[in-house]
Design a protein around this ligand. Structure first.
Ligand SMILES: [Zn+2]
Length: 490
């Protein structure tokens, strides 16, 4: 049966501050358990939170980049629930008056670019982390709590339910991740939990109202998110087809080992959390001029950069997208153009082709390259001046990549200059023709493929240094001369 899928994301971003949201404790990842705690983030009675202004600043910057309306005044609320990693018995979050609302982001989906709404962004505190140790022979099992994460500043970004497939959800999250890294508001490391995503998914028959949504929790990688959403869309699709009632909102989690989503609990309603205004924190009034200054200080974002690459460098759409969404690649690309007089497309071809392939093989990025943008520019200039062939350029690039040696030094040391002298090429050709009588006869009897063999022989002898265009012309000329001799016209 035909059904449609609707997906919205809740992205939790750990803001890159030196200290936590309400106290001065450090935010360093990987410290010894409970070494970065104080009475405030341990929720001890009588301690009072003080808002970290840097977290508000990073939140506002993100809101501006997401085209949100920034609140003139925002407030904090208590969300009540009990869990050992939440020592106060409530989480301080923003429910009634969040930091920003009503934004959007341009997303380059496979089917074309589309604007996706941002419902709201709000600040909240992180909980601690619980580790469970199952029972063993000599102990009944136990759990430990680490409060180092308790009170870390989080920004939650809630997207509108406007994503239509798991692939679109993934592209959306990738787009947000790139944007957040570009803004330098988070380090975006999913493996360290500084970028996390929950997803809401529902299915419905075309033309009918949206179904009840299922919230998928703790999707810790792009792959897990896409797989969980695909499984869940299929599961709900089958239920809908069989007429099962999809009338309760539930939370489910992704089980990587079983490759399926697993029921956690029926969803709490907002009333279950008894939200009420946080009495220990006054409302925050946000100065309009401060927001304007932050807006003026925003860096060029990937979307704007992509547009500029299309206009300024006339790159094809795919090249512009790939280069603009990777900040390190974009910085390198523009630096190469500063040293290079040729076409921007040539630089893009090499960066997205051979250089990217080498980077992928070593699993590193553009910032790890041993050679600089001036070296790639020099290599491409050698090629443009016909001093080396394309084939040789690839060999030189591989050595630059391994050692960081400038291309001129490699080309001189290894004698890789292209042979452009027609007399020298003619000598090599005549040598080859004399040594390969059989191939020459094959060519004369109409086997065009024999030319490729003869070209290969000259290239082998010259270690690939012969100008291929000249070689082609001279070889064909000499073969023709040879045929003319045969018919006695000489
Ligand atoms: Zn603390």
């Amino acid at each position: 049966m035909n059904y449609e899928t609707v997906i919205g994301l809740e992205v939790h971003v750990q803001l890159k501050t030196k200290s936590k949201l309400w106290c001065g404790c450090a935010t360093t990842f990987g410290a010894a358990p409970n070494s970065q705690v104080c009475p405030v983030c341990l929720g001890l009675p009588g301690s009072l939170p003080v808002l970290n202004q840097k977290a508000v600043e990073l939140g506002v910057r993100t809101g501006l980049a997401l085209n949100c309306t920034i609140a003139v005044c925002c407030r904090f609320d208590r969300k009540q629930y009990f869990y050992p990693d939440l020592p106060k018995g409530y989480q301080i979050t923003q429910f009634h008056q969040p930091l920003g609302r009503g934004g959007w982001v341009e997303v380059p989906f496979a089917a074309g670019q589309r604007r996706v709404g941002i419902t709201e962004i709000h600040l909240e505190e992180e909980a601690g982390r619980t580790a469970h140790f199952p029972p063993e022979a000599d102990n009944p099992g136990y759990s430990l709590v680490d409060y180092n994460r308790s009170g870390l500043p989080l920004l939650e970004i809630v997207t509108a339910p406007e994503l239509r497939s798991p692939e679109e959800a993934r592209t959306m999250l990738e787009t947000l991740k790139v944007l957040l890294e570009e803004l330098e508001v988070t380090d975006g490391k999913m493996e360290e939990g500084s970028l996390r995503c929950d997803a809401n998914l529902s299915v419905h028959r075309p033309g009918e109202p949206l179904g009840k949504r299922v919230e998928l929790k703790n999707l810790n990688s792009f792959r897990a998110m896409e797989a969980a959403l695909a499984f869940e869309a299929g599961r709900q699709g089958v239920l809908l087809t069989n007429g099962a009632p999809l009338d309760r909102e539930e939370a489910r989690t992704w089980n990587e080992a079983k490759r399926k989503t697993v029921f956690m609990r029926f969803k709490e309603q907002a009333t279950d959390y008894r939200y009420f205004p946080e009495p220990d924190l006054p409302p925050v009034s946000i100065d309009g001029q401060w927001v304007e200054r932050l807006a003026a200080g925003l860096p060029e974002l990937p979307e704007a950069r992509r547009g500029r690459y299309l206009r300024e460098f006339r790159l094809p759409a795919d090249d512009a997208l790939l280069l603009s969404k990777n900040k390190a690649a974009a910085v390198f690309f523009e630096a190469v153009l500063g040293f290079y007089n040729g076409e921007a497309k040539t630089v893009s071809n090499w960066m997205l082709g051979d250089v990217t392939r080498l980077l992928k093989e070593e699993k590193i990025g553009f910032t790890d390259l041993k050679f600089g943008p001036e070296d790639l520019a020099a290599l491409l200039s050698f090629l443009d001046r016909n001093e080396i062939s394309g084939k040789i350029a690839k060999i030189v690039l591989a050595e630059m990549f391994q050692t960081g040696t400038p291309p001129a030094a490699i080309i001189h040391a290894r004698g890789l200059f292209q042979i452009n002298d027609p007399q020298a090429i003619k000598a090599l050709v005549l040598e080859t023709l004399a040594a390969n009588g059989e191939a020459v006869r094959a060519y004369k009897s109409g086997k065009e493929k024999a030319v490729a063999f003869l070209v290969g022989d000259v290239m082998r002898k010259s270690k690939g240094r012969v100008n291929p265009e000249l070689l082609d012309r001279i070889l064909k000329f000499e073969l023709a001369v040879d045929e003319i001799k045969d018919i006695g016209l000489d």
